[in-house]
Design a protein around this ligand. Structure first.
Ligand code: ARG
Length: 596
């Protein structure tokens, strides 16, 4: 756990003060928990009224042990506290921690300025491997919004874990196997020709797929034909394999284009078909462990005890299934990255039962094989689920039905951004590149704008405003901070008079800067890039209060003024905020334009 620096300092100082204030009792109970810094750290709360200090510690729980009343205890302990960066004040039964604003400003701002993009780096993950699977679109189908959300959350988690010192392995697991390829093959044989695989091939494939489903309603033999075609594929028959490979090439090219646009990276692409030779050994292992049975000709694992439907490993015709591949994949990943710390699957919540089933089967397998608890993978594997993306405003439907094509979304977002820039800043030098950063940034940010388990309401009017809680707003704030630095025209130094940053507005900004490392650690721990999103919005909001502050005469209290020491101090804050917004946007997967 990465701790908040000042909170931790205060907890340690308070623990020490308890020991000094009550030496006899301390001698009696020794290193008892109640006097431990960690326990005090956990007990620290934020006072509702900020004028009561940054955090407060209630001493009531010591009444019995110390045989004194709370105010007495608080007074004694406060008096014994020696804390270099602040004070401890007894108020009734509480110890209120007040951080010395000047010391805090100095500590935080100089740390941010010296560490730059490394501020918030940690070594909590040293020597540990975290696998993060994300995106995993289905081949021969368009890249939809659901896969976008997985892509964006996972890509951010990979960056967060790297920052926290983990070996992070980003995995893409494209769906390129299964009965739907039997359908595609049949559809192609019936209605496709050479032109299907050229031009806008992905849309052509979608059209075929949709047509298949329409026709299958009328013609029940189609499904038999497609089962057969999938069998041909599983048996490696040349014509079927050739078609499948053509579908795959088309989709891969499209996927790569999308990833390049979004700036998304993977360390390992392991598609479903890569598990073809790994299913049989996995099935054998499950059989040996006595987990499988035959039910209506199919090979299954029953999970009644867990109140889950059985997992189908093989159909009567011998065809393998989605779950068969995931089980083989779980075993494969554990073999390839032995004793990984975490293996995450960033997949829509609709698949919760599927992951519960797979993980239960693995748990049963590890149990049956008597694998020691600390050598099991089950507790380290996690389905990182997320909600739906809904289109509230303009719905974009393709000819093929209600699928929203990500590429259309991105190009529309970029167009909108281009129009905005032409309005606001017609002289911008690199308007085209900036429009891309903003358009794509808006789309990415929209996916991280709420906690991951909540649904995203995607509205054009909302995601692209420069004023709301949006990606463009943060990018705009960043650009403004860069422009201030250009106007200042001098090097920003941490060697300033920190007393000049003790205003409430500045202090709020500095508190948020101080909290950034903890927020990153929490996002990693709870698989929640949204924590960073929310923190950046708070930071930008707090900084805007400094920026827009008025003096007694109602004039804007300018950052850059004739007062050189004051300007230097404020510019140190400006640069710190700019660097943190830059780093935060980077962790979310957005670019931070210097001008816009
Ligand atoms: N390709 C699947 C789909 O689009 C998602 C794969 C999720 N990952 C996994 N290991 N099952 O529904």
């Amino acid at each position: 756990m990465t701790k908040d620096k000042y909170k931790n300092e205060f907890a340690t100082a308070t623990a020490q003060a308890f020991r000094e204030a009550y030496p006899d009792i301390f001698a009696e109970v020794g290193e008892a928990e109640v006097f431990a810094g960690d326990v005090i750290y956990e007990g620290l709360a934020k006072p509702k009224d900020p004028s009561m200090g940054r955090f407060a510690f209630p001493v009531f729980r010591y009444v019995r042990l110390l045989k004194e009343k709370p105010p007495e205890i608080a007074a004694k302990v406060a008096a014994a506290t020696a804390w270099a960066n602040g004070t401890s004040e007894a108020v009734a039964g509480f110890l209120n921690a007040r951080i010395d604003p000047v010391k805090q400003s100095e500590g935080v701002v100089s740390e941010v300025l010296t560490k730059g993009s490394h501020y918030g780096d940690s070594d909590e993950g040293r020597g540990l491997t975290n696998l993060v699977e994300y995106s995993s679109p289905n081949i021969a189908k368009p890249f939809g919004m659901g896969h976008l959300r997985s892509t964006i959350i996972g890509n951010s988690l990979r960056k967060i874990y790297r920052k926290l010192g983990y070996d992070a392995v980003g995995i893409n697991y494209p769906g390129d196997w299964g009965t739907q390829f039997g359908k595609m093959i049949v559809a192609y044989r019936k209605w496709g020709d050479n032109t299907t695989l050229t031009g806008n091939a992905v849309k052509n494939l979608l059209t075929l797929y949709v047509r298949y489903h329409v026709e299958a309603e009328k013609d029940t033999t189609l499904d038999d034909q497609s089962r057969e075609a999938f069998q041909q594929l599983e048996a490696g028959e040349a014509e079927a394999v050739k078609l499948w490979e053509a579908f795959k090439d088309i989709s891969n090219a499209e996927m790569q284009r999308v990833y390049d646009l979004l700036g998304v990276k993977f360390d390992w692409v392991c598609s479903e078909s890569d598990l073809n030779d790994k299913m049989e050994p996995a099935i054998e292992r499950m059989k040996r462990a006595g987990l499988t049975s035959i039910s209506q000709g199919a090979l299954v694992v029953h999970l009644e005890d867990e109140q889950l439907p059985p997992v189908l490993l093989k159909k009567g015709d011998g065809a393998t299934l989605y779950a068969t591949r995931d089980l083989a994949g779980l075993i494969y990943r554990w073999g390839k990255y032995p004793e990984f710390n975490k293996s995450l699957y960033v997949v829509n919540t609709a698949q919760s039962d599927h992951f519960k089933q797979c993980l239960e089967v693995i748990a049963m397998l590890e149990e049956a094989e008597r694998i020691p608890a600390d050598k099991r993978m089950t507790s380290r594997v996690k389905h990182v689920d997320f909600g739906w993306v809904r289109f509230a405003g303009k719905t974009m439907s393709t000819r093929g039905g209600n699928t929203v094509l990500l590429e259309d979304v991105i190009s529309e977002a970029t167009d909108l951004a281009r129009t905005k820039i032409a309005e606001k800043n017609p002289d911008l030098a690199d308007a085209e590149a900036t429009s891309h950063m903003i358009g794509i940034g808006a789309v990415i940010f929209s996916q991280l704008s709420v906690r991951r388990t909540r649904d995203v309401d995607f509205r054009w009017e909302e995601i692209l405003t420069f004023e709301g809680e949006t990606g463009p707003y943060l990018q705009y704030t960043h650009a403004r901070l860069c422009s201030l630095q250009r106007r200042y025209g001098q090097d920003v130094s941490p060697d300033v008079d920190f007393k000049l940053l003790s205003g409430d507005e500045e202090q709020r900004v500095i508190e948020l800067l101080a909290d950034f490392p903890r927020v990153i650690a929490d996002s990693g721990e709870q698989y929640e890039p949204y924590f960073i999103t929310a923190h950046l919005l708070r930071l930008a909001g707090a900084f805007n209060k400094v920026y827009q502050r008025k003096d007694a005469d109602g004039n804007i209290d300018k950052i850059i003024s004739d007062n050189a020491p004051l300007t230097a101090a404020r510019m140190a804050l400006v640069k710190s905020v700019q660097m943190i917004i830059n780093e935060g946007l980077h962790l979310l997967g957005l670019k931070a334009p210097k001008e816009m």
